[in-house]
Design a protein around this ligand. Structure first.
Ligand code: SAM
Length: 223
C-alpha cells in the first residue's frame, strides 16, 4: 500500500540528512516540495531523480485532497519543506490529517529540525519545554508573548532576521531577568549561540550581526 512519508531535510548543512531519508526520497513516486528550486539543490547533490511537485502554504488547501487520492491509488509520496521537518512551522499538517481521514498510512522520518539543537545547546532546562514557533508579526503578538512568558517551563520560539531585535526588546520590557539563549545560523558557517538576559543579548546583536535565521530559547518562570 502506498504511503505518505514526511522527510526532514538539512537546516543548512547538506551533510545533515539520514541514509533512510535519501532512500525514501529515491524510492518515492513523487516528492512534494515547498520550493522546487530549493529542493533541486538537495536532490541534485544526492543524485535523486524522483519527480518533484510543489506543495506550499499557498496551494496546500487547494491540492491536498487530490494528493490524498493519488496516494490512495498507489503513488507513494514524500513531503519535504525548504529546511528541517515538514509540519514544524511549515506545511504538512493538512496533508497528514487528510491522509488519516482516508486511512492512508503516514510515516515521519526522524531528522533535522532547528528547535532541538537550539534547546539542547542552550544551557536552559530541556526536560520540559513549550514550542511556540513564530509569534504573530503584529496583531496578537503582545498577548501571545505575555502568555508564554508566564509559563513555568522553557519556551522555544522561531524568529527571523527582521524581528529578532524587536523580540529581544519586548522580552527585555516584560521579563528583564530571564535567561535567554539565541541560536543563529545553526549548522551553517556562522553558527552562533549567544546567552544572557535580553538586555545583554540586545547589546550583543546590536554590535554584531542579525543576519540569518534564529531560534530563541527562554527560561521558564521557575526554570
Ligand atoms: N521546518 C523547520 C524546522 O523543522 O525547524 C522550520 C521552518 S520555519 C519556516 C523557518 C524558521 O526555523 C527560521 O525562521 C528559524 O527561526 C528556524 N530555523 C530554520 N533553520 C535554522 C537554522 N539553520 N538556524 C537557526 N534557526 C533556523
Amino acid at each position: 500500500m502506498a504511503k505518505l512519508f514526511l522527510v526532514p531535510t538539512p537546516i543548512g548543512n547538506l551533510g545533515d540528512i539520514t541514509i533512510r531519508a535519501i532512500e525514501t526520497l529515491k524510492s518515492a513516486h513523487v516528492i512534494l516540495a515547498e520550493d522546487t528550486r530549493v529542493a533541486k539543490k538537495l536532490l541534485d547533490h544526492y543524485e535523486i531523480s524522483t519527480p518533484v511537485k510543489s506543495y506550499h502554504q499557498h496551494n496546500e488547501h487547494k491540492i491536498t485532497e487530490e494528493i490524498a487520492i493519488r496516494i490512495s491509488s498507489g503513488e507513494t509520496t514524500a513531503l519535504i519543506s525548504d529546511a528541517g521537518t515538514p509540519g514544524i512551522s511549515d506545511p504538512g499538517f493538512l496533508l497528514v490529517r487528510k491522509c488519516m481521514e482516508e486511512g492512508i498510512p503516514v510515516e515521519c522520518l526522524p531528522g533535522p529540525t532547528a528547535l532541538i539543537p537550539a534547546i539542547v545547546a542552550s544551557g536552559i532546562p530541556s526536560d520540559r519545554f513549550y514550542f511556540e514557533g513564530f509569534l504573530p508579526h503584529k496583531k496578537g503578538r503582545k498577548s501571545r508573548l505575555t502568555a508564554i512568558l508566564e509559563l513555568d517551563r522553557t519556551v522555544v520560539l522561531y524568529e527571523s532576521t527582521h524581528r529578532i531585535l524587536k523580540l529581544l526588546k519586548e522580552v527585555n520590557e516584560m521579563a528583564p531577568l530571564r535567561q535567554i539563549s539565541v541560536s543563529r545560523e545553526l549548522t551553517k558557517k556562522f553558527e552562533e549561540h549567544a546567552r544572557g538576559t535580553a538586555q545583554e543579548l540586545l547589546h550583543h546583536f546590536e554590535q554584531g550581526s542579525t543576519k540569518g535565521e534564529f531560534v530563541v530559547v527562554i527560561q521558564g518562570v521557575k526554570g
